[in-house]
Unconditional design. Structure first.
Length: 233
């Protein structure tokens, strides 16, 4: 399924590019022109457009690599992170970038790049650390892409994409931390108000994580559910 996501993404971006060529690059007008209100919705179309085939190929390689790394954490994580990165990058480009049409997936790519590194800082799980070390070792040189360089290259998209990736990592880590804290508080409140409910909830939670042969079954599970419903009424 994850490979299918990458293939669909590559096919869509490539298809849009060849359609853009066929129309004489008329689709490029759907890029972001900073501080022009009419182009504000283009923050979602600009990452799908490219100036030429070399631009497309370079971005596709980077997008496939970093999308694949983010997909290791799940499709939901990848889609949510991409939405946050594209939205924040597009808004910052629209607000602060130089007056020109900005197109290309490079902001998205730099966002995923910085996300993979920043996740290890905000969420110290083993998979995040491994991915971050890999990215720093093989793609650490991308840092120079956030600096002004060649004319005609939107370094603003690179810079703001990297910033958006760090913000996304912070939001994701805080959300996970909030969920863990919320569950602990909920369990403490249940235990304090009625120990029987707290014990029942804990056993149900453990049974959901346990192997099938150790899960609660039959009358035992039914009794726990009955206790839970009765006490909540």
């Amino acid at each position: 399924m994850k490979i299918r996501v990458l293939l669909i993404l590559a096919a869509v971006i490539s298809g849009i590019h060849f359609l853009n060529i066929f129309t004489g690059y008329q689709l490029s007008r759907f890029g972001i022109f900073p501080r022009v209100v009419e182009t504000l919705p283009h923050i979602y179309s600009a990452p799908l457009l490219h100036g030429n085939t070399a631009h497309l190929v370079n971005n596709l390689i980077g997008l496939m690599v970093f999308s694949g790394l983010c997909l290791l954490r799940g499709i939901k994580f990848y889609l949510w992170s991409s939405f946050i990165i594209i939205t924040l990058t597009g808004l910052m480009v629209w607000l602060f970038a130089r007056p020109a049409i900005h197109i290309g997936a490079s902001g998205w790519i730099f966002g995923l790049w910085s996300l993979t590194i920043a996740m290890a800082w905000f969420d110290h799980r083993f998979i995040n650390i491994v991915i971050a070390v890999f990215v720093i070792f093989f793609y650490g040189g991308m840092f120079y892409g956030v600096l002004p360089g060649r004319p005609g290259v939107s370094f603003e998209s690179h810079l703001f994409g990297a910033v958006a990736g760090v913000i996304c990592a912070l939001l994701t880590a805080k959300t996970r931390r909030y969920e863990r804290v919320r569950k602990r508080i909920f369990r403490v409140v249940l235990n304090f108000s009625n120990p029987h409910i707290g014990i029942a909830m804990l056993r149900l939670e453990k049974s959901a994580r346990a192997p099938e042969n150790t899960a609660l079954k039959g009358p035992e599970l039914e009794n726990l559910c009955k206790d839970r419903v009765y006490q909540s009424v």
